[in-house]
Ligand binder design. Structure first.
Ligand code: NAP
Length: 293
């Protein structure tokens, strides 16, 4: 149902995420036009959205156009199609396609050259989280542009967070959170495999998940302070001692004839910090060698 505050929105891309975004916007009462390279997928979005087969028609007259395609290369291909830039001039483009900060900078350059207001965004959610309290979207770009569209964008996530005017900021924060997620997930999956290889039911390990999650949380807080002070000294546990613990993990993995790549990579990183002379400092001292790389 369109309301008096209904915005005219275009959503480019009807993949898993684009479909969820378009449906959430339509459910919030906005006037939503969708376009997809494969038209049948745009038609399948439904839920009050209107599918167009012509991209220029889909974005014309839309005050806000959201892009959600596989990558920035695909997005640039679409934006540079005949008539698209002219149709977007004076309007706002929100890039919800995942990418790197350099992608964001290139997109801002394109938008500025064509008189388009631009926000670079990163969504931290699965499609089923969209419009629920579990969805978070980070935005970078001009604060005034963000504030103007916030009431509309909140249909995607109430937790719509403005990060910084630096256009790469949302992508940077997204990469940082995702690296912690993927790295942490690989660590606990390897740990579960170690347990299984040693005949310990992985569920015993998962029952103690608060032990490692708590340790990571405490270490992140300590690391933040140490990075700010550029001082990694402490009296809790030296890097030398941590390296010995990681060597046990490598040995367990090798003895159990399972993959030891992950703990070896860990060991390599921590040992480099020791070789650089930080062995007597606390664990976050590894930050120094990572920065130098
Ligand atoms: P998807 O289901 O694979 O959909 C990809 C979309 O991109 C489709 O609409 C596809 O069109 C379109 N596309 C790809 N190449 C194209 C090209 N050269 N020209 C025009 N359209 C092209 O992927 P998704 O899960 O929706 O992801 C979309 C974006 O959201 C990605 O950047 C992804 O990283 C991000 N994201 C996804 C999730 C998630 O959980 N799914 C979470 C966070 C962020 P066709 O239908 O014609 O192939």
């Amino acid at each position: 149902m369109a309301s008096s505050s209904a915005a005219k929105v275009g959503v480019i891309g009807s993949g898993l995420m684009g479909t969820a975004l378009a449906r959430a916007l339509a459910a919030a009462g906005h006037d939503v036009v969708v376009w997809n390279r494969t038209p049948s997928k745009a038609q399948a979005v439904g839920s009050g959205t209107v599918a167009r087969e012509n991209l220029v028609e889909a974005v014309s007259g839309r005050e806000l156009v959201i892009v959600s395609v596989s990558n920035y290369a695909a997005s640039f291909e679409l934006l540079s199609a005949k008539g698209v830039a002219q149709a977007l001039a004076g309007k706002t483009l929100v890039q919800l396609t995942s990418g790197s900060p350099a992608d964001a900078r290139a997109a801002l350059e394109w938008a500025t050259a064509h008189g388009v207001d631009y926000l670079d965004a990163a969504i931290l959610a699965y499609p089923s989280f969209v419009a629920t309290d579990y969805a978070t979207v980070f935005y970078a770009g001009l604060r005034t542009v963000f504030d103007r569209h916030l009431p509309t964008l909140q249909a995607i996530a109430k937790n719509s967070i403005y990060v910084d005017e630096k256009i790469g900021a949302a992508a940077t924060l997204d990469c940082a959170i995702l690296e912690s997620y993927y790295g942490g997930s690989l660590a606990f999956l390897h740990a579960a495999a170690m347990c299984q290889a040693e005949g310990l039911d992985p569920k015993t390990f998962f029952a103690h998940k608060n032990s490692f999650l708590g340790l990571i949380s405490v270490t992140a807080d300590a690391a933040q302070g140490m990075i700010e002070r550029n001082d990694f000294s402490g009296d809790q546990c030296s890097l030398n001692t941590h390296v010995a613990a990681i060597e046990h993990i490598v040995r367990l993995s090798q003895d159990a004839r399972m993959s030891a790549r992950f703990p070896k990579e860990l060991l390599d990183n921590y040992k480099r910090a020791v070789s650089a002379g930080w062995g007597g400092q606390e664990l976050p001292a590894v930050f120094r060698t990572l920065k130098q790389d």
